[in-house]
Design a protein around this ligand. Sequence first.
Ligand code: MN
Length: 411
Amino acid sequence: MMDATHDQNLKCWVASANGHDQFPIQNLPIGIFQPGVLAEGLLTGDAKVAASAASGDALNPLLALGGRFRLALRRRISELLSDADAEAHLRKVVHTARDCVLHLPADIGDYTDFYAGIHHATAVGTLFRPDAPLLPNYKHLPVAYHGRASSIRASGVTVRRPRGQLKMPEAPGPVFEPTRRLDFELELGMWVGPGSELGVPVPIGQAREHIAGYCLLNDWSARDVQTWEYQPLGPFLAKNFMTTISPWIVTAEALEPFRIQQPPRPSGDPRPLPHLWDESDQARGAVDLDLEVRLRTETMRRSGREPERITAANSQSLYWTAAQMLAHHTSGGCDLRAGDLFGSGTISNAGGGSGSLLELSKGGTDPIVLSNGERRTFLLDGDEIIIKARAHRPGFASIGFGECRGIVAAS
Ligand code: MN
């Protein structure tokens, strides 16, 4: 549902917000930062309930309330920030972003990483199984694994190169050493709003009501550790050393203008079973986001060079919608809790725009070349990865997510 909060002509009395390329008044993301404040007396009803739920150390209570409360809060904050008469009351609770430390927005109880980027799955599958890149289940269910919530960090936290078991193809056995194949994965994060009950699947038609918002996610990966450890139970230490997310939750309401039809399945692809298929979800369940990854090496940083864009992709490359992922997750009876986090899986475009170095360097055989002549197959110590994304559509203010940033430190 779109309303006055999406009006592209809406102006904010915080002058720097007008025309902001990420966070104009039409975005209004929610997050946790210091110093924390709650404006007294300006909020009533559902908006006040929502603001109270958002004033603790984590946003789980707000996420648990659901869409009606997020919407009330969004509408009231939008009114207050665009009303010049409110400025005098609110000036003292408005802070400059660069003066604030942003934390993880929620206590993340569980983190699940999907594999819905079909061009990534196809490209990586081709490296290992040229004749059958996608496994037979891929188009019938959104493949995923249970990730590790404890090692998720907000943008800006250094990622330490993990040590792990590596086994070179020609070696008789493994060694325990720092990974030589540290990679990033460009992903979209999805925040679970209201949870669900154990043993009660969320019907696909209601699944969207359980998605509160989105963030950017870098699923750092140690490819050599992954190659040796992953069979038969999937990723473990190759992924669990750290995951970085952007700290603002861009709400489902803010993204409403950028909802689009899920790209139709190519002819010949199977139609999923009924519990994973909903016509209205197919009609409006995808979101149109342009994502990009920038790299800045230690050498670039020392010479004052800006981060260089190494890849870009669009979220329409996701083969499954967020609602399908959520419905599948609960279809066997698994319960969800407010503040759980999903990763979409690496997002790569068809024929380029690869969301990982594994793809960009063709399995480590073909280095990318940066404009200063440096080459990379995988990440070196001192490399910094920055993920950004933007949503735009004619007639609406463009919005963004901020940054998902991390620098690699030696092990
Ligand atoms: Mn991943």
